[in-house]
Design a protein around this ligand. Structure first.
Ligand code: SF4
Ligand code: SF4
Length: 229
């Protein structure tokens, strides 16, 4: 089967937060059309850009072009450090409890040699989530997950709580607006869904027993203008 005699897969290290220019993405695609199969897997279950299918003589050519023309590193594969990845973090997200991009970049640079010259006995991945929403699914997809959390109590803006109850602010950042679920019910949609039952209303005030909160993010996601971390 000469057509499938070689089918090398290459990983390309992604930038922190996956910020690209359209021009850079076009360059990658052109390179892979020329020297590989043209089939890519952009940030699939592993996280990297994955180039699927090329032949042995193309490997050094691709590495040269990536590193010399695109100023871009390859990622790791095999028994080594693989696929560092982080959520978009403080660049766009108010929930980020630390700078995920900075930490991912820093540790990638620190362990860069382990990406290419395997020192680990088995594949090893680290991923960085800025908060327990886990947008890069670090807990499921990494051997070492970093998940941001907060030191002090959740801050409650009681006026905003009333605005949610009164229907002036759409819950869940407006994500479910337009669906006919009736008016927002803070008891049913927030308080009753707290996994540790540490939320309650005292008169008009929303209360949290912070020591019982397991930081699941549910109440914060539902009413982000009322609850802040
Ligand atoms: S994991 Fe948290 S901080 Fe990171 S993008 Fe998702 S919601 Fe924002
Ligand atoms: S973050 Fe989760 S556990 Fe903590 S108060 Fe909110 S709903 Fe309850």
């Amino acid at each position: 089967f000469p057509g499938v005699a070689h089918f090398h897969t290459m990983r390309v290290a992604q930038p922190g937060g996956k910020f690209y220019t359209a021009e850079f993405l076009r360059q990658l695609c052109d390179l892979w059309d020329l020297r590989g199969s043209g089939i890519t897997n952009m940030h699939g279950s592993t996280g990297d850009i994955i180039f699927l299918g090329t032949t042995t003589p193309q490997l050094e050519e691709i590495f040269y072009e990536m590193s010399h023309k695109f100023n871009q590193d390859l990622g790791g594969s095999g028994s080594n450090l693989r696929t560092p990845a982080d959520c978009i973090g403080q660049a766009r997200c108010e929930f980020a409890c630390y700078d995920t991009q900075d930490m991912c970049y820093d540790l990638t640079q620190e362990y860069q040699d382990e990406l290419h010259r395997p020192a680990f006995p088995y594949k090893f991945k680290f991923k960085f989530d800025g908060c327990p929403n886990c947008c890069v699914a670090s807990i499921a997809r990494a051997d070492l997950s970093f998940i941001g959390t907060w030191r002090d109590d959740i801050k409650i803006d009681q006026e905003a709580v009333q605005a949610y109850i009164g229907g002036e602010i759409a819950p869940n950042g407006g994500a479910h607006s337009g669906r006919d679920w009736g008016p927002f019910d803070i008891q049913k949609e927030v308080i009753d869904n707290c996994p540790t039952e540490c939320l309650w209303m005292e008169g008009n005030k929303l209360m949290i027993d912070s020591k019982e909160c397991n930081r699941c993010m549910h109440c914060i996601n539902a009413t982000p203008r009322a609850l802040r971390i």
